[in-house]
Design a binder for this molecule. Sequence first.
Ligand code: GDP
Ligand code: IMO
Ligand code: MG
Length: 433
Amino acid sequence: MSALVIVGAQWGDEGKGKVVDLFAAHADVVARFQGGNNAGHTLVVGDARERTVVHLIPAGVLHRQTTCVIGNGVVIDPAVLCGEIDELQGRGYLTDPAQLKIDERAHLILPVHRKLDVAREERLGEKKIGTTGRGIGPCYEDKMARRGLRVVDLFDPEYFRERAARLLEERNVELAQVYGWPAVDLDEVCSEYAGYAERLRPHVTDTALYVSEQIAAGKRVLFEGAHGTMLDIDHGTYPFVTSSNIVTGAVGTGAGIPPKSVSRVIGISKAYTTRVGGGPFPTELDDEVGRKLREVGDEFGATTGRPRRCGWFDAVVVRQAARLSGMSGLAITKLDVLSGMPKLKIAIAYESEGKRLETVPAGARAFAAARPIYEELDGWSEDLSQARRFEDLPAAARRYISRIEELTATPVTLISVGAEREETILLRDPFLL
Ligand code: GDP
Ligand code: IMO
Ligand code: MG
């Protein structure tokens, strides 16, 4: 029995897509269990460096023998999902419908959710969260308010209409009266979503049952987390977070398997830190070094194209993420981006009001007031993109990795030195560590 979970250890965009695609070569199933198309996971494959960005479809999709699952905990925008299926099929992937399974209990993002998301952010102005505007928050709100619509409802048009009418009764009032936006038309929603029912029907099933059967049969199942631990609705930097749980615990509810099925957890972290959207970010660099990280690391959002805020590696954040998810190993990505920096800094703790903090404080204002306590390490000048073994790395890069291991109390099991699959140093078999 082997179920491996991949979790982002920072604020998202750590390179989960690359690592999942790499591990998927040895997986029978790759399953998403939370979030939605606020995620953007990039896969770069082959000598031609063909680039694929997936938002809803699991990053195992380029491996034809790997079944991709969208679990019940994901919120699905069917327009985006159908577009992604079309795009991948147009390129010769996903030609067998059995390769993609969508859970019947997953909630649907409706046009009113997208509108509410954007309208709210506009209203918040300077105080906005900086959401992706994909309707994620409002959809999860309706799930919890027990007025949401689910994939299974697509196949019962009468019930869909009744439920959509009830949802719009409340949400249209909010849209029109709070934000002054035009109301969403019920007929339009029903006819648009009837079309998705037919498109998605071949893929829809009880994926919790499917995944648990696969695990019981000894298949290798990989759970692909989206976003990053600091965006977790409970454990992240609230309120500057997303609306789902991201930590390993979310696999149980979001994929419908008992937590004991999870045997390994790999956290993904960049060798530095980035964040898109608002909220405190203690190690942020608003200077030449930050600009260099953005430029060399090509730090622009895979979903919205927004420039990512960049800063030094924050060991407090990654240590906390490792604890919350019980990470058995860490994959450190984008080590290549740090080449050419004479000195590197790592935040080992914070200082706030004369006190030393070893963990991320709960309060947004307390976190905004936290100043990083840095340790300085030597950099290296060598290009790392050809390194395939730990020994190929310059001594200073090896020391940098070892220090991350010590500070996060987690062994580094993979080092990524480029966006392409091959540009990887694999230190241990992810399913066996
Ligand atoms: P995800 O959301 O965690 O899957 O990450 P994104 O795909 O949003 O962002 C990571 C970006 O870094 C993508 O453009 C990847 O192609 C790229 N990338 C991943 N690993 C590496 C690496 O080791 N080095 C470099 N230079 N780029 C990488
Ligand atoms: P991947 O899976 C980076 C951020 C948004 C915003 C906050 C809330 O590619 O790592 P939302 O639209 O979710 O309500 O926005 O969360 N965010 C991400 N940032 N990578 C992601 O996903 C993200 N998903 C959400 O920028 O700050
Ligand atoms: Mg991303």
